[in-house]
Structure formats: structure tokens, C-alpha cells
Design a protein around this ligand. Structure first.
Ligand SMILES: [Zn+2]
Length: 159
């Protein structure tokens, strides 16, 4: 039987990876899409060894050390008792970039059922608001969660 993954030991999938090598771009890579914004040859970085245990993300220690929880709700573009929408700078050169976040300190996996039930309608509502901006054709909605423990959805307005 294979040794299971632990916080200090990589699992079977990671142990099989060719650490130090470059993985090829997939044949049907996003880099082949008409909308992909870069041109020229892309090269994947060599695969680094796993870092275990997984490094803590911003706000991982709870709401007291979470930048999102500490941010005054008065700085939000919109908020109700449970959610907030914030603007995210203009360095991207996109018409708008906003972020939807619960006001409580949750990630997606521990979002209370009541908040999870509100999420679908809120995703639609924020997308519609961004689509209503002048010259916005589509909205990319993203969630990664690698940088911050506090759940956040990105809305990227495409002109
Ligand atoms: Zn938080």
C-alpha cells in the first residue's frame, strides 16, 4: 500500500512528479486561444520540490491577522451584512477589477450553508453589475485561494 500524504510528506502523486524538469505545455493549451494576450514561445519553469508543510497563506491564522477582516467595510464599493465587493486597483488596465468576499472569515470549504446559498445569486449579481459598465463585453470570474485564506472571487472586466 502506498504511503499516504501527510502535512510533512508528499503523497504518491507528488512523489511521481519529475522534480527539477520542465513539464511540456499541454497540446490544447490556453496559450493557443485567440484571446491569449501574449505571443512568442512560452517555457514552463522547472518543477520545484514540494514545500511541506504547505506554507501559510495571508490570514491563515484567523480573522485577527486577516487583511480582509481588518479592512473597514466603509472602503467597500458595496456591502450587506454578510458580503462585500471591493475595487482592486487599476494597474491591470482593464475597465474594472472587483472582488467579492464574505464578511466573515471563511474559505470556500468552511463557508456556512446560508452564505453558500447566497453565493450563486451574488456571483450573478456582481457579474451583471460589471457587465453594465461602459464597453465591457465579458467578465472573467476566478477563484484560486493560493495567496489568502479568506475566500475571494475575482471579477475581471474584459473590454
Ligand atoms: Zn478574513
Amino acid at each position: 500500500m502506498a504511503t499516504p500524504a501527510t502535512p510533512e510528506q508528499p503523497g504518491a502523486f507528488v512523489r511521481r512528479l519529475p522534480t527539477g524538469e520542465r513539464l511540456p505545455l499541454p497540446a490544447d493549451s490556453v496559450a493557443d486561444w485567440e484571446t491569449f494576450p501574449f505571443e512568442g514561445d512560452l517555457r514552463v519553469k522547472p518543477l520545484r520540490p514540494p514545500v511541506l508543510p504547505e506554507p501559510a497563506r495571508s490570514g491563515e491564522d484567523g480573522p485577527g491577522a486577516c487583511p480582509t477582516c481588518r479592512k473597514p467595510v466603509t472602503e467597500a464599493l458595496w456591502a450587506d451584512d454578510h458580503w462585500r465587493v471591493d475595487a482592486v486597483g487599476t494597474e491591470s488596465r482593464l475597465p474594472a477589477v472587483v472582488m467579492l468576499q464574505p464578511r466573515g472569515h471563511h474559505d470556500l470549504s468552511d463557508l456556512p450553508a446560508e452564505r453558500a446559498a447566497e453565493l450563486g445569486p451574488l456571483l450573478q449579481r456582481v457579474e451583471r453589475a460589471v457587465l453594465g459598465l461602459d464597453g465591457v463585453a465579458r467578465v472573467h470570474v476566478n477563484r484560486w485561494g493560493d495567496g489568502a485564506a479568506h475566500l475571494h472571487f475575482w471579477f475581471l472586466a474584459l473590454p
